[in-house]
Design a protein around this ligand. Sequence first.
Ligand SMILES: O=P(O)(O)OC[C@H]1O[C@H](OP(=O)(O)OP(=O)(O)O)[C@H](O)[C@@H]1O
Ligand SMILES: O=c1[nH]c(=O)c2nc[nH]c2[nH]1
Ligand SMILES: [Mg+2]
Length: 173
Amino acid sequence: MADKTLSAEERAGRAFPVSWDQFHRDCRALTWRLNEIGPFHAVVAITRGGLVPAAIVARELGVRVIDTICIASYDHTKQGELQVLKGISADTAQLGGGTGKGLLIVDDLVDTGKTGRMVREILPDAHFATVYAKPKGRPLVDTFITEVSQDTWIFFPWDTALSFAPPLRDGAA
Ligand SMILES: O=P(O)(O)OC[C@H]1O[C@H](OP(=O)(O)OP(=O)(O)O)[C@H](O)[C@@H]1O
Ligand SMILES: O=c1[nH]c(=O)c2nc[nH]c2[nH]1
Ligand SMILES: [Mg+2]
């Protein structure tokens, strides 16, 4: 049984650090795929992690209508109850005909799929794209670029900073 005293990051065990450069390249690769599926009336970013890929994807696709759906679940690395803090605007809802048809939802990743499931309930006909996907969340995503194992924690460039790494012979992992 999973140890509830450990954070998701501690349970993950493995680390997958992503640089800005890598993230930008992965977002562009995602857009190549999405470009074959669109056009989309608007991009809906799941904040906050979806804001960065949404900006890059919208720029590449030439989409200028961008909205947000604001969901909070993880307090740093512990996932709690999902809270929708803000939904999409009436204008965006109208563009998607009420069910999200022709809208592109963007997030940085799916992990357990809890966030994605909630967004799918709100906009069932929207296209859901993430840059990274872990196996549990993968079935919820229409398009993604890289799958990482469930026991991996992805470190995004906006959550990290460059720091000194001791040489391997001094015991660094
Ligand atoms: O598939 P799940 O297990 O639901 O996890 C994925 C979600 O978790 C993270 O967001 P978080 O709630 O940490 O908020 P943030 O985007 O503001 O960092 C991430 O950006 C996804 O939105
Ligand atoms: O920065 C993050 N990395 C992850 O792997 C993850 N999973 C859920 N939420 C997450 N946030
Ligand atoms: Mg998020």
